[in-house]
Structures are given as C-alpha cells and as structure tokens.
Design a protein around this ligand. Structure first.
Ligand code: NAD
Length: 465
C-alpha cells in the first residue's frame, strides 16, 4: 500500500523504514528539515541499533522517500500514520496536542477522499473522536476516517519491535477501516502476531494502560528499595525472590534510579489529567504515587552523593556514567542521569558526564556540564563515580584498572546491574540503591559475597525528612 508517515522522530522514522521493508511504499514527512535531509540520505537522525541498515535497504529498494511537505504527504497514498510528539504541557500534567492538531489542520484540505488517518502517537482517550470532528468540519462527514493504532516499540529495540511486535492493536469506528489495517499488516499477522481490533477509545487506552502498568511495576520495586534501605535489607535479592512467582515475573523488577525518557513519565501524568477530566480521577490517583516514588529515587542519589563526600558535593569531582535515559539509545528526554548530573552541578560539584551515544544531545541540553568522550577521561581524578545508565560498556569496566584513574574509589551504583562484588573486592567503596549495606571494610566479603559500606544515618534522615 502507499502510505505517509508524519513525524519522523524515534517512532516515525523506524515505522517508516520498517513499513517500507515489509513492502509498502512510504513517504515520511517532518517539519524538521535537518532531520529529513539526513533521512533522505538514508542516515538516521538519532542512535537506534539496526536503523542505519534498515534505512539503507528500504531506501535502496525505492520504497522509502522523505519530504518536508505535509501537502505532498497528504496526496501520497491512502493511509497516513500520525507519529508526531505529544509532550507534557509546561506547567500542566496534560498532553500537548498542538502538534497532532497542526498536522490534521494542514493535511485535511488535501487528503484524497476515502483516505484513512491512522494515529500512532500516544494520546488522551477521546482524541481520535475529536480529530474526526475536526476533519469532518473541513471535509464534511464520511470523507476521511480516523483510526488509532498505538505503538509499543521500545527505544533500543525499535527495529525488532516494529518488524516483530508483541501485538498489533487497532481502534476503528467501522469495519472498513479495520479491514484496511488488517490488510496493511497482513505480513506481520501471518507471522502469528496477535491482531486486536477494537473501538477507538479502547485502542487509545491500551497504550496508556500498558505504560501505567510498567511504570507502576518499576515504582513498586523502588518503593521496596526505600523500605529495604530503612530495614537493612537487600532489594535485589527481594526482587529475585518475588520474581520467581510467575504471577509477578522478574521483568521490569530491577530497582534503581527509576524510569525516564520521552514516554512513561509524561504518559502517566497525561493519563491522570485525562482521568480527572472524565470524572475518573480517583481510579488513577495511584499514578501520582508512582510518579513521586520515581522522583524520590533521583533525590536519593543526590543525598547519598552528599553523604559519601562528607556532607557536601561542592567543589568535588563527580564522574557520571551515562546520560541517556536507558542504554542503546541517545535519548536524554527526562533522563534520570541528566537530572542527577544537573542537580549535582547546581550544588557546586564538578561533574563530568560520559555516555557512549548521548553526549551530543546531552551537551545541547545542558551545556553547563563537562562531557567526556572516553569513560577514562570522566573517571580521571574523580572523588565519586555514579553509575546511572546500564550500558554494557560500564558492566565491562575492569574495576582494578579504572581504580588507578580516580582520586577516591567511591562507587554509587544507581542501576543495580554492575557486579558490585568485584568492584568491592578491587577496593572500591561501593554504595548501591536499595542494597543491604553491611558495615564491612573493603576486601572483606561476607556471606552474601558483598563488601559494602553503611549509609550514614544522617543521610537516611535526609532522605525521609
Ligand atoms: P520525537 O520528538 O522523536 O518525534 C516527533 C517528530 O514529530 C519530530 O521529528 C518533530 O519534528 C515532528 N513534528 C512535530 N510537529 C510536526 C508537524 N506539524 N508535521 C510534521 N512533523 C512534525 O517523538 P517520538 O519519541 O517519536 O514520539 C512520538 C509519539 O509517539 C509520542 O506521542 C510518543 O509518546 C509516542 N511513542 C513514542 C515511543 C518511543 O519510544 N519514542 C514509543 C511509543 C509511542
């Protein structure tokens, strides 16, 4: 089929290339001319594993092209996927629908009769119906139809998730649009991927419900980490133990500095705001607690850093390992790592940030910080090293070798994925979020094999004050 993909960011660029690779003719459109120039040259405007190869093969097949003209996109083909951003409104929890509405307003007059608008952006429930009214006001009833096809891809696995999704969900008002989308995705459905066809509000809600569940699971284990810190217990063992229960499962149960990125945080806030509008605010009140548990983990890292540096970070050199909100991505939107780095800088620390892929984005966002292209440069002379993004590169560091670079071998493990036993055995003074913190000197392994320090009680007081 001939389709356009409007908005070629983390979602749209992968969707455009992915749909071309399964045989559709795709025109990607974006108002960002620099992004389109890169994509037109088959170069991705951001880091995503597998995307360069996918773009190159799709472009070479002749089935993928890009434009900055939404008018051109409107007259190209019969399906138009909306993939523009829906960020949080500044000063409000609600989603900013300006970009979605602007696309509809610009395209509506030019769309071919019988075209289908297919929303993929994450939106407040009721958006599809509102957009249908918006289009009908321009084109009259029954000329252009709106459907919703929420996207579940994960950055870092976006190519895999686009070509082999867990499920395809489509919301439509009628059967013709559903059949069109079933045909559009027929090669994926033939792989056995579940195709769930439903009404518009259910499709819109599936996405925010899924993200709310994931955020809740992360904040649940981080709430347990808070309790473990107070009780002297170990959240990583607790997570392993409860995760063996198949009703609970171990995925998304790793305690650490919490979630970030361009989706989970803003999606749970927008969901709550929409719930309030619908009179269902009480049902979603728990999401406020999910959000605040998540933000408290970031504050906890700051408090621990202060405590580890005798009460003040001012003037102390701190190496930050990671800037992206998650590994295998260069996305720093709402990144816990960047939040921590900026806060430490505000408190007077001399912060150097390393990340394998996100340095350019981080530097553009927070130019006041110092950046290092090599992890060794970030560690040079540091008084505290904080591990904030789970890149494999950090797990592969040799604790003995890098200890020679630092002034103080202080490691604050905020992701609970490093082999802290080997760091402690190498002589590092290791503190980990939510871990059992035994008062043993370095090199002295106990029954759990761990050699870590006690969090000073005054820091605990600060955290829970
Ligand atoms: P993004 O900011 O990376 O991309 C959005 C793109 O839309 C940008 O390139 C921007 O220039 C473009 N745009 C804005 N206004 C436009 C207009 N009028 N015409 C054409 N293009 C326009 O955002 P993203 O991460 O790709 O997210 C897009 C949507 O997808 C959001 O609703 C998000 O919640 C949802 N989503 C994202 C992911 C993800 O992992 N990033 C996963 C699932 C769903």
């Amino acid at each position: 089929m001939k389709i356009s993909v409007i908005g070629t960011g983390y979602l749209g660029a992968v969707h455009a290339a992915g749909m071309a690779s399964i045989g559709h003719d795709v025109l990607g459109a974006d108002i960002d001319a620099a992004k389109i120039a890169l994509l037109a040259g088959a170069r991705p405007p951001f880091f995503e594993p597998g995307l360069p190869e996918l773009l190159q093969s799709a472009t070479a097949s002749g089935r993928l092209a890009f434009t900055t003209s939404l008018r051109e996109a409107a007259t190209f083909g019969d399906l138009h996927f909306i993939c523009v951003g829906t960020p949080q409104i500044v000063g409000s929890d609600a989603a900013d629908m300006r970009f979605v509405n602007a696309v509809i307003d610009e395209m509506a007059p030019h769309l071919k009769p019988g075209s289908l608008i297919v929303g993929k952006s994450t939106v407040p429930v009721g958006t599809a119906a509102a957009l249908q009214r918006r289009i009908d006001a321009v084109r009259g009833p029954n000329v252009i139809e709106v459907a919703w096809n929420p996207e579940f891809l994960r950055e870092g696995f976006a190519v895999q998730d686009t070509l082999h999704p867990d499920r395809i969900v489509v919301g439509t008002a009628g059967t013709a649009a559903r059949e069109t989308l079933e045909q559009f995705y027929s090669s994926l459905i033939a792989q056995g991927i579940p195709f769930i066809a439903t009404d518009l509000p259910t499709a819109e809600l599936v996405k925010v419900a899924a993200n709310s569940f994931l955020a809740t699971k992360i904040s649940f284990i981080n709430a347990m980490a808070e309790v473990c810190e107070s009780a002297g217990a170990d959240v990583t063992t607790l997570a392993t133990a409860i995760g063996h229960d198949t009703r609970i499962g171990s995925r998304f149960l790793r305690s650490g500095v919490g979630f970030g990125g361009g989706c989970l945080g803003k999606d749970i806030r927008a969901f709550r705001a929409r719930g309030e509008e619908l009179g269902a605010g009480a049902a979603l009140g728990f999401l406020a607690e999910v959000d605040s548990v998540n933000m408290r983990r970031r504050v906890r890292v700051i408090d621990l850093a202060r405590g580890l540096l005798d009460g003040s970070v001012a003037g102390r050199r701190i190496a930050i390992l990671g800037a992206a909100f998650k590994p295998n991505s260069d996305d720093i939107r709402d990144s816990p790592a960047m939040w921590v780095a900026r806060r430490l800088h505000e408190l007077g620390a001399r912060v150097t940030v390393h990340d394998p892929e996100a340095i350019d984005n981080a530097q553009a966002y927070a130019p006041e910080l110092t950046y290092a292209r090599e992890v060794e440069t970030a560690l040079e002379g540091s008084h505290l090293t904080i591990h904030l993004t789970e890149w494999d590169q950090y797990a592969e560091l040799d604790p003995t070798a890098v200890m020679r670079l630092v002034d103080l071998p202080n490691l604050l493990e905020a992701r609970n994925c490093l082999d802290v036993e080997s760091w402690a055995a190498a002589g590092w003074h290791v503190t980990a979020l939510g871990r059992s913190l035994k008062n043993r000197p370095p090199h002295q392994s106990g029954p759990g094999g761990l050699s870590m320090t006690t969090i000073p009680t005054q820091i605990r007081g600060e955290q829970y004050a």
